[in-house]
Design a protein around this ligand. Structure first.
Ligand code: RTP
Ligand code: MG
Length: 156
């Protein structure tokens, strides 16, 4: 914790296929919430990549719909940094079901841009361990080609 008692954390945010066209609005919401984008990538997940990413849910009834949706079009993955970034981004996302979000968190990402319970605009890591796994999933620290993920963000 710093002098103010807050913890700088990183988390993995993903803009799901139903909200990629709203990326600009979502970036504005991140900025307003004091969350900094430190890595970003647009990609289209294969079915098996989406299945791997959400494997903790493989026994759930919605799993095949979820994997189908998550591999149906491009997604934008971002590493975010900020004070208590994990819970701050999940708060900004709002409740899992977009209809509930529209009732209970009207200014959230899912209220504004989500479609329903599965197509809900965004994903956020739910723990420090999940954030580490999910950042590595999209931004592998070894074995990647092209420019390295070593950019250092500086305040402007
Ligand atoms: P996420 O992992 O995507 O950030 O969402 P979450 O923590 O709010 O919700 P989670 O329980 O982890 O579920 C992962 C994703 O599966 C879809 N889902 N559908 N039909 C349903 O009951 C249902 N429940 C979950 C959503 O896309 C959810 O974000
Ligand atoms: Mg989750």
């Amino acid at each position: 914790a710093n002098q103010l008692g807050s913890k700088k954390e990183r988390t993995l945010a993903m803009v799901k296929p139903d909200a990629v066209s709203k990326l600009g609005d979502i970036l504005e919401m991140l900025h307003a919430a004091n969350l900094t984008v430190t890595k970003a990538k647009m990609t289209k997940l294969t079915w098996s990549q989406a299945a791997d990413f959400y494997k903790e849910h493989q026994s759930k009834p919605f799993y095949s719909n979820l994997v189908q949706f998550m591999s149906s079009g491009p997604v934008v993955a971002m590493e975010l940094m900020g004070d208590e970034a994990i819970v701050a981004w999940r708060r900004l996302l709002g409740p899992t079901d977009s209809a509930v979000a529209r009732r209970e968190a009207q200014h959230s990402v899912r209220a504004c841009f989500g479609t329903d319970g599965v197509q809900n605009a965004g994903h956020g890591s739910d723990s420090i361990a999940a954030a580490a796994r999910e950042v590595e999933f999209f931004f592998p620290s070894t074995g990647s080609h092209g420019p390295a993920n070593t950019a250092q963000y500086t305040e402007c």
